[in-house]
Design a protein around this ligand. Structure first.
Ligand SMILES: [Zn+2]
Ligand SMILES: [Zn+2]
Length: 417
């Protein structure tokens, strides 16, 4: 137990973490350019926030939350996603007083007690955005285009963007009724989950992974069959905006959201995996969520992207990131007399922005050179007593295998070049 991490968690080590930092940096750049400010919320919240904000009847709330009672007898839950917390923060900090829309992004760990598999962890990481306070379909398109922009900057290929409209409280009750009419004759053939969904939420039957349910659902009516005029107009405008910026999409009328506060646009980005497709992110509009969380009616839209899935897809597509943590310079010493000078040289190299390393194990010069090679240092500065008295050091170019005497005063500039 002491030397084993809990199932479904991960250690991200140096060598690997640079990829994360690279993707996170791209995400922050995209957010700056699209006008989204970072929001950092706690990783735990009151359990009620998620049962309300994510929905009682969802797998997340029913089976997957890390919920515990704290020492003050409060029910606390590690966040399984971050939209509900973002809504909570918007209300609690009275962000409705700011000019609208308010555009926020977040990045960090989420927690779900799920069956671990490739790219899926119990502690996983999401990057997401939420925009509150606008009904305008251009913001739907912006959120989608922004996600696609990030994937493109990362270098991911062969992605499919699926979009749909899930309707609104005006048109959805009609769908519910038509779905029940469709599924009623087949009720006994549906999986036990879907039999439960039939009354509670027939829309979610369309989402079931069970083959029989999928077969029966194939001919079922969809949201697109029942959209009201307003929903139709909204959806067409979203598509027009996406067309205008050359974002390609597939209209997928099977893409549904199980909860009532989801409205209008829903989207999901699929990556071609070995043999199968897997989702690497998705989102949509949730105009009813703010009210469900006890706030005034406020429209909202956002996405959440799974960082593990993105990195796994990048790896499978053979994408290499321009990341390096190799020191540029290694300061080697000959004799103990020069160690103090070597130490201060190292410090000034670092203060000039040059990553530099030294030996900490009293290695011989030969062993220091070998160690510098292992670290991947481009330059090795060799300091000896005799050179020091002349104010010079020997600098070895590890790539070219050549060395040259350089004046100490010019060393930083020499290496920087
Ligand atoms: Zn509608
Ligand atoms: Zn089913």
């Amino acid at each position: 137990m002491l030397t084993t991490r809990p199932r479904g968690t991960n250690d991200i080590l140096p060598g690997e973490v640079e990829k994360w930092q690279y993707v996170e940096k791209l995400a922050r750049e995209v957010c700056r350019e699209y006008g989204y400010g970072e929001l950092r919320t706690p990783i735990f919240e009151h359990t009620e926030l998620f049962s309300r904000g994510v929905g009682e009847a969802t797998d997340i709330v029913e089976k997957e939350m890390y919920t515990f009672t704290d020492r003050g007898e409060r029910s606390i839950t590690l966040r399984p996603e971050n939209t509900a917390a973002t809504v909570r923060a918007y209300l609690e900090n009275k962000l409705q007083a700011l000019p609208q829309p308010v555009k926020l992004y977040y990045m960090g760990p989420m927690f779900r007690y799920d069956r671990p598999q490739a790219g899926r962890f119990r502690q996983f990481h999401q990057f997401g955005v939420e925009a509150f306070g606008s009904h305008n379909p251009s913001i739907d398109a912006e959120v989608i285009a922004m996600a696609m922009d990030l994937y493109q900057r990362i270098g991911l290929r062969d992605l499919e963007l699926h979009i749909n409209s899930v309707g609104c409280p005006q048109c959805r009750p009609g769908l519910r009724q038509r779905l029940q009419e469709h599924f009623k004759p087949h009720l006994e053939k549906l999986c036990p989950n879907c039999q439960g969904r039939f009354e509670r939420n027939p829309l979610r039957i369309l989402d079931c992974k069970n083959e029989t349910c999928q077969d029966i659902g194939r001919q079922a009516p969809t949201t697109l069959d029942v959209l009201c005029d307003e929903c139709n107009t909204h959806f067409n405008l979203v598509k027009n905006y996406l067309d205008a910026v050359g974002v390609r999409y597939i209209v997928n009328n099977r893409l549904v959201r199980g909860l009532d506060y989801y409205t209008h646009t829903a989207f999901e980005i699929m990556a071609q995996d070995i043999g199968a497709q897997s989702s690497i992110g998705g989102g949509g509009r949730y105009n009813g969520l703010m009210e469900a969380c006890g706030g005034p009616a406020t429209p909202g839209i956002g996405f959440a992207l799974g960082l593990e899935r993105i990195l796994l897809t990048a790896e499978r597509q053979g994408i290499t990131f321009p990341v390096s943590r190799e020191p540029a310079a290694f300061v080697a010493t000959v004799g103990t007399e020069v160690e103090k000078q070597a130490f201060s040289l190292l410090q000034s190299l670092r203060q000039q922005g040059i990553a530099a390393e030294k030996d900490y194990l009293a290695r011989s010069l030969k062993a220091q050179m070998k160690y510098a090679g292992k670290l991947g240092a481009r330059w090795v500065v060799i300091l000896g007593e005799e050179e020091l008295t002349r104010g010079v050091a020997m600098v070895r170019d590890m790539q070219a295998g050549e060395q040259q005497e350089v004046k100490l005063a010019e060393l930083v500039n020499y290496i920087r070049k």
